[in-house]
Write a protein that binds this ligand. Structure first.
Ligand SMILES: NC(=O)c1ccc[n+]([C@@H]2O[C@H](COP(=O)([O-])OP(=O)(O)OC[C@H]3O[C@@H](n4cnc5c(N)ncnc54)[C@H](OP(=O)(O)O)[C@@H]3O)[C@@H](O)[C@H]2O)c1
Length: 187
């Protein structure tokens, strides 16, 4: 794997994540929140209704490595329905609507912090990601861009309306076999 930015050179997933400590970031009244997605070059988040065919083994290694750095993993009900989630050795929070409708995400994050969750990795999907972004609750976005085009009606990594364009900073950019691994930060 090559690191293209910053400081170009050889690297590995392990080396990149070695000094990545989201639990030490600290956010007032909520966990530090990172989101991870794999997308095609045309920005689509599914192939045939699931995410598995998008990324390579390196993408899986990045996701598995990322999980070790967080206190808990969060997904939306749509992702729970579409993907197989088992054997996770972290607490898994599934965001699903209740009798009162959609979950109050700010309140959920507040209560997770009170329970001791310092850093939360959200693994999608696009609707939950859009809702978190709209509330300004995402600190970082890990985005794998696979060298593939899929077209059609597949969702993008953000679904739903954002109140304004979110400006992002590129924290790193890695490459292996034409696949790009970007880490973006909300400034
Ligand atoms: N490429 C990738 O990296 C990646 C990652 C994850 C998922 N995916 C794909 O994304 C697809 C699923 O995406 P999705 O957008 O339909 O589902 P999603 O974001 O995982 O889940 C959305 C659902 O969560 C529930 N929910 C409850 N409160 C919510 C709130 N405040 N905000 C948002 N959602 C709330 C609602 O379901 P209920 O009303 O039913 O409770 C809502 O429909 C799947 O095909 C999956 O394969 C791709």
């Amino acid at each position: 794997m090559r690191r293209l930015s910053p400081d170009p050179g050889e690297t590995t997933v392990e080396q990149q994540l070695d000094s990545y400590n989201p639990c030490e970031e600290g956010r007032e009244g909520r966990p530090f929140v990172a989101v991870n997605f794999a997308a095609t070059v045309d920005g689509r988040a599914t192939i045939g209704g699931v995410s598995g065919p998008i990324g390579s083994d390196a993408d899986t290694a990045m996701l598995v490595g990322l999980r070790t750095r967080f206190d808990a993993v969060m997904i939306g009900a749509g992702t729970m329905r579409a993907e197989r989630y088992s054997g996770l050795d972290k607490r898994l929070i599934v965001v699903e609507s209740g009798p009162d409708g959609r979950v109050d995400l700010s309140a959920l994050l507040r209560s997770l912090r009170e329970e001791g969750i310092r850093a939360l990795l959200c693994e999608g999907g696009p609707t939950l990601h859009g809702a978190l972004q709209a509330l300004g609750l995402v600190d970082e976005l890990f985005l794998t861009i696979a060298p593939k085009l899929v077209g059609g009606e597949a969702p993008r990594i953000v679904e739903g309306v954002l109140p304004e364009t979110a400006e992002l900073e590129l924290a790193w950019l890695l490459e292996q076999d034409g696949e790009l691994f970007a880490r973006y930060r909300r400034p």
